[in-house]
Design a binder for this molecule. Structure first.
Ligand SMILES: [Cu+2]
Length: 478
């Protein structure tokens, strides 16, 4: 293994221990003492959290006669069913809670799942153990509930452990192993990206140029298999089979045609988000056009604006499902202008600055794709590999349901444009908050050799009990 890899491993092993400490600090104190006075109190509901796409904890134990406190901590509607028993919590909106009485269940093990189509297959399944051993203490249940509320992705409780406890040692060993394994997988994927053997999104699609100079693109919307992370293949909603779909790029003033064929089972449309198009081409069925019904086509035709724009395109119809499941991509007119020959806090952008790489980072957090960068979740996220001294232009585009503060270690990001509009006063930052629908363009000067973590700083979007996850990648400066 090369030196940068070792550095990365060391760094992430360190991150693992910091994470463990953090959990120790925030987890509520005290496991219930079954012999204490609270043991005789009525059993409090045992907490379980629903999110995209997991039940946390995935194995939950409820004493005989007890109940489950079910909270939807995700961003989509979820429910919870005890399979084969008829017991079910009705659909819960994001943030909603409900109690599921399972007192009629005999001691034993039951399968539990979210019954919204596709959610069980995507990971929202687990087991419910109804235990025989009397009621759990109210303290324990309350502790679990509080822990769940504070720790989106964790069911660890190490608050009463010492580093010398065998249980703590075993847990730490598991965590380090998961963390190290994930990092190694990421580095293996980095090599495969380098070799071009991974099917990635944002593929630049060359137009067909018609006799009158019109640039014509063909898109097909369909449900296709898409590998989000190693071994996790989902039924994604895609343009031309990839997530994100093709990166369409034209010049100011170009005549453009985009021929869209709908192979989805439902009607669709295509909205050109942040792109100046005539009203009839805005892609909001049934207001500005008719639905593009299954197996039908529609041609969007417009003249690109006379100035640079950085937009996106996505389904507007049922966007809450269609977009987050993968129907999103970039539409760019011209370039994002750069502040050449200007001095900033610690950066000097030279005149005629040459951008070595222009890299889009399309964010998503929901649907079958889930927490992801360019349709991929760690460890299958593509690293940004650059040479020392390179200038890199990165476009963040948020197609998800939540805000994401994107943090690049060590190298500052110079924000040069918001939603494709060049800023009068570009500014440096190390963390850029991108809300749904927003685009930020940042210029990075890769001056420091090393493997630098690059991730969403909502830490539960980047870490889980299984190690790094979701919205994590790295900038590798060689
Ligand atoms: Cu995030």
């Amino acid at each position: 293994m090369s030196a940068p890899n070792q550095t990365l491993l060391t760094r992430f092993a360190l991150a693992a221990s910091v994470f463990a400490l953090m959990i120790a600090a925030v987890a509520v104190s005290g496991r219930g003492d079954a012999s204490g006075p609270s043991a005789t109190a009525a059993a409090a509901p045992v907490a379980i959290s629903l999110s995209e796409f997991a039940l946390t904890p995935s194995a939950v134990t409820v004493p005989k006669g007890g109940s489950l406190a079910v909270t939807n901590n995700g961003s989509m509607v979820h429910n919870l069913s005890v399979d084969g028993t008829g017991l079910k919590v009705a659909d819960l909106a994001a943030g909603a809670s409900s109690t599921l009485d399972v007192s009629k269940l005999k001691p034993g093990t039951y399968a539990i799942s979210c019954q919204i189509a596709g959610h069980e297959d995507s990971g929202m399944k687990g087991t419910l153990v109804v235990s025989d051993g009397g009621t759990a203490s109210a303290t324990e249940a309350a502790a679990q509930t509080e822990e769940m509320a504070g720790m989106d992705h964790s069911n660890m409780d190490v608050s009463t452990m010492e580093g010398s406890d065998p249980e703590a040692k075993a847990m730490n060993e598991r965590m380090e192993k998961a963390m190290t394994g994930g990092v190694q997988e990421f580095l293996d994927y980095a090599k495969r990206y380098g070799a071009g053997t991974i099917e990635a999104g944002n593929e630049k699609l060359a137009p067909t140029v018609l006799a009158d100079g019109t640039k014509r693109f063909d898109l097909t919307a369909a449900i296709t298999d898409w590998e989000v992370s190693p071994g996790k293949v989902v039924k994604a909603w895609t343009y031309n089979g990839r997530v994100p779909g093709p990166w369409l790029r034209v010049e100011p003033g170009d005549k453009v045609e985009v021929h869209v064929t709908n192979d989805l089972p439902i009607s669709t449309d295509v909205h050109w988000h942040g792109v100046s198009v005539p009203n009839a081409m805005d892609g909001v069925a049934p207001i500005t056009q008719d639905y593009i019904e299954p197996y039908k086509s529609f041609t969007y035709a417009f003249t690109a604006p006379d100035h640079d724009e950085l937009g996106m395109y996505h389904a507007h119809m049922h966007g809450q499902v269609a977009i987050v499941n993968g129907l999103f991509a970039i539409f760019q007119v011209g370039d994002v202008p750069l502040p050449e020959g200007k001095h900033f806090t610690t950066m000097d952008v030279p005149k005629g600055v040459k951008v070595a790489q222009e890299i889009p980072m399309v964010l998503n957090d929901a649907g079958v794709i889930g927490l992801s960068l360019n349709g991929k979740a760690f460890p299958e996220t593509a690293p940004i590999v650059v040479q020392k001294g390179d200038w890199v232009l990165i476009h963040f585009l948020n197609e998800g349901l939540q805000v994401h503060p994107m943090h690049l270690h060590r190298q500052p990001q110079l924000v040069v444009a918001k939603d494709g509009f060049p800023l009068d006063s570009p500014y440096q930052a190390d963390t850029i908050l991108i809300a749904p629908g927003e685009r930020y363009s940042v210029l990075v000067h890769a001056t420091e050799v090393g493997t630098w973590a690059f991730h969403c700083h909502i830490v539960s979007h980047a870490e889980s009990d299984e190690g790094l996850t979701g919205m994590v990648t790295a900038m590798i400066v060689q």
